[in-house]
Write a new protein. Structure first.
Length: 164
C-alpha cells in the first residue's frame, strides 16, 4: 500500500478532543479481532481516551494528512531516567489508513526523541493487535500483562521492549 503524505507535529492541550476522537475511532475497530466482546465493552472505553498530561507534555506527536486531518498519534515518556528507560505511549492510527506509514513515522520520531533524551531502551505495553507491528519495529515481547483500569476491569496486553 502507498505511504500517505503526512506532516508530524507536537500535540498541545488544544488537541485533546481530536485525540479522543481518533482513539475512539481506532481502538474499538482495530482491537475487535483480538479481544472478546467483554473487553471491548468494559476496557476499551477506558483506554480510548486521551491522557491530557501526555498530550500536553511536548512528547506526543500527531500525524496529519491533507484532506483527512488527524490520522495518527503517539508519544513517549521517561519511565526511569536513572536507568535510561523510556516508554512508548498511546499509539493509535485511524483504521482507514492502516499500513500507509502513519504509525511507523510516529514511532521513528518517538525513538529519535527518546534516544536524544538519553534513553537507551524503550518499553511499551502493546495491545495483542499491535504485537506484530511492534515486532516489525524492532521490539521484542517480554510477556503478557494485565493492566488494571478500574475495580474489576483489566486490559490484557503484552510488555515489549527494544534497545535504542
Amino acid at each position: 500500500m502507498a505511504t500517505l503524505d503526512l506532516s508530524l507535529r507536537i500535540a498541545t492541550a488544544a488537541d485533546i478532543a481530536a485525540v479522543d476522537r481518533l482513539l475512539s475511532r481506532s481502538y474499538p475497530r482495530l482491537l475487535r479481532a483480538d479481544y472478546p466482546p467483554s473487553v471491548i465493552v468494559t476496557a476499551v472505553p477506558l483506554i480510548a481516551r486521551a491522557n491530557p498530561h501526555l498530550v500536553a507534555s511536548g512528547r506526543y506527536y500527531l500525524a496529519e494528512a491533507p484532506g483527512r486531518g488527524l490520522v495518527g498519534a503517539g508519544g513517549w515518556s521517561l519511565k526511569d531516567r536513572a536507568q535510561g528507560v523510556a516508554e512508548m505511549r498511546h499509539l493509535a492510527t485511524d483504521p482507514d489508513v492502516l499500513r500507509q506509514g502513519v504509525a511507523g513515522r510516529i514511532v521513528a520520531a518517538v525513538l529519535a526523541a527518546a534516544r536524544g533524551a538519553g534513553a537507551g531502551r524503550i518499553d511499551c505495553l502493546a495491545t495483542r493487535t499491535a504485537v506484530p507491528f511492534y515486532r516489525a519495529m524492532g521490539f521484542r515481547a517480554l510477556g503478557p500483562v494485565e493492566i488494571p483500569l478500574a475495580p474489576g476491569i483489566a486490559f490484557p496486553a503484552v510488555r515489549m521492549a527494544r534497545a535504542l
